[in-house]
Ligand binder design. Structure first.
Ligand code: AN0
Ligand code: CP
Length: 315
């Protein structure tokens, strides 16, 4: 039985969850009575397009009600420190805010990005853990400080649908970006891919290693051209530096995914979770080309979310 959905380890039967997502894609309204009189809360500390819309749609397909809140803009300023003397500008404590949300919602989704300044707090997934502790209802990660499991489940489904051999070579490539981004998407993708029987390779500039807990069993190739050889899927994503925490130390456009680089692959499909900086992370010629599967990938966010909500409603 799944209690929360925040990481790979939360899922007791990953293959069943994948199969459920596939089945829901064929028949999205098969369980439209399941969510009757059940409320999903979607709490955003950060912006979102896909996660917000796809999870909302997934809930509607199951007959659920949805309440969504951009908590930084629409809520009271939140204190997160335990034992704080709250005589500053913060009006309520996270434990009260989350406890109250649990009174109104049967399931809560929360998006809470990495600070990229406090590595220890981020890698303890502090805010997500507060939700698990105080909500009293199942928590779904809508991207936490260190993981984005709904994205990873959709990515897995997308690869399953597009693979042309049983054990495809899947390459996660770092790509340049002007701003410091979290490691969450890359961490999570690595976590999920390690648990498949694909050939999985990560390529990034030296010094851009992900945290050990996500990369220790993964093949790392510092030569991007070499990594691309014979690849069936190229998954591009920028992340900021982990060791020199949250820093942008490299903006080398030689790492941009171009048509020339894609030539090295086994006619690889191109993937990205989006949003993407065009002609920085990937050239238009690739993302607009016939091997780009970014839209099917985004579409699968609905069915990954729906499979997760269904499993949580049935617990
Ligand atoms: C976020 C990130 O890299 O974690 C969200 C991706 C789904 N991306 C940006 O902030 C651009
Ligand atoms: N891929 C993804 O999670 O997109 P959003 O940040 O727009 O939700």
């Amino acid at each position: 039985m799944m209690q929360h959905f925040t990481c790979w380890a939360d899922v007791p039967q990953p293959l069943e969850l994948l199969a459920s997502a596939k089945a829901l894609k064929q028949n999205p309204w098969a369980d439209e009575g399941l969510g009757k009189h059940r409320t999903l809360g979607l709490i955003f500390f950060n912006p979102s397009l896909r996660t917000r819309l796809s999870t909302q749609k997934a809930a509607y397909n199951l007959g659920m009600q949805v309440i969504a809140m951009d908590i930084n803009e629409q809520g009271w300023k939140i204190e997160t420190q335990d034992g704080a003397i709250m005589n500053g500008d913060k009006a309520e404590h996270i434990k009260d805010a989350v406890g109250v949300m649990g009174q109104y919602c049967d399931i809560i989704g929360v998006r809470t990005f990495a600070t990229l300044s406090d590595q220890e707090q981020d890698y303890q997934d502090f805010t997500l853990e507060q939700f698990k502790k105080y909500a009293g209802v199942p928590i779904v990660s809508l991207e936490s400080a260190i993981r984005h499991p709904l994205q990873s489940l959709a990515d897995w489904l997308t690869i399953e649908e597009h693979k042309t051999r049983p054990r495809p070579k899947v390459v996660l490539t770092w790509a340049p970006h002007p701003k410091a981004l979290p490691q969450a998407v890359a961490n999570s993708f690595a976590e999920w891919m390690q648990n498949t029987d694909y050939e999985f390779v990560i390529t990034h500039p030296e010094g851009y290693e992900l945290a050990e807990e996500f990369s220790q069993n993964v093949q790392i190739e510092y030569d991007q051209n070499k990594a691309f050889e014979n690849a069936d899927f190229i998954y591009a994503k920028n992340w900021s530096n982990y060791k020199n925490y949250g820093k942008v130390l490299n903006q080398d456009m030689n790492w941009t995914v171009s048509a020339q680089k894609m030539q090295l692959t086994n006619q690889a499909k191109f993937m990205h979770c989006l949003p993407v900086r065009r002609n920085v992370v990937v050239m238009d010629e690739v993302i607009d080309g016939s091997h780009s599967i970014i839209l099917p990938q985004a579409q699968n966010r609905v069915f990954s979310a729906q499979a997760v909500l269904k499993a949580l409603l049935q617990r």
